[in-house]
Design a protein around this ligand. Structure first.
Ligand code: ZN
Ligand code: ZN
Length: 225
């Protein structure tokens, strides 16, 4: 517990993305901050990808209603996610949440209940950290929103699932998540670090909507292009 502050006194804090010393009280150096691949306002509200997808939107058949991320999953943003997930650098979650809060489209975060995409229990135990839950908690405290753990992973049955891809399991209706809360809010924003194919977000949204949630959105720190 005391080790981290002690090390902080001995060595200047290093940039979480490139390892060089940043300015005091900062977690990213100036070069990495400048190189963050911001997606900006010109993104599809449905899938979060740059441009207007229209009828070709890859999220058109997915259960969540909208998705947004401030940065592309590349460069320093990718390394920042790695710092949180692989090295347990919790300061990265604070920076991600601050950047999400500062750049979210108007109204996106208003009034929703945040719920982290639940991590695979095995990976979570190995990392010793619920990274999505950490981002959700940081975002909730910055935006004065409620964060609730509405979902949990279903225990995987190795025998039954061996050989079946995630896509197959989803297609067969075997969702990897289930709703753990007895009462659900009307609108939920799923929170995760990276939005890749959207398969897990979709599974979470299917489960939430089956439990009575009317609107499900997804906010992640980064979006795979
Ligand atoms: Zn750096
Ligand atoms: Zn789209």
């Amino acid at each position: 517990m005391l080790l981290a502050p002690l090390l902080g006194l001995l060595a200047p804090p290093a940039c979480l993305a490139c390892g060089r010393p940043p300015g005091p009280r900062d977690v990213l150096c100036r070069d990495c901050r400048v190189a963050l691949p911001w997606l900006g306002p010109g993104v599809c509200a449905r899938c979060g990808l740059p441009g207007r997808c229209g009828r070709t939107c890859p999220a058109r058949r997915l259960a969540y209603d909208r998705a947004w991320a401030p940065v592309a999953y590349a460069g320093p943003a990718r390394r920042l996610v790695g710092a949180l997930k692989e090295r347990g650098a919790v300061a990265a979650a604070g920076l991600m949440a601050a950047q999400m809060a500062a750049t979210a489209p108007p109204g996106l975060l208003a009034g929703a209940v945040l719920s982290a995409v639940p991590a695979d229990p095995l990976r979570r135990r190995r990392r010793g950290l619920d990274h999505a839950g950490r981002i959700a908690a940081e975002l909730a405290s910055r935006c004065d929103l409620e964060a609730a753990a509405l979902l949990r992973r279903r225990p995987s049955r190795a025998g039954r699932q061996a050989g079946a891809s995630r896509r197959q399991r989803l297609a067969e209706g075997r969702l990897p998540v289930e709703v753990r809360a007895r009462a659900v809010p009307e609108a939920v924003l799923l929170v995760d670090d990276v939005h890749t194919t959207g398969a897990t977000l979709h599974a979470c949204a299917v489960a939430l909507k089956a439990a009575g949630v009317r609107r499900v959105g997804a906010v992640t720190y980064a979006r795979t292009l």
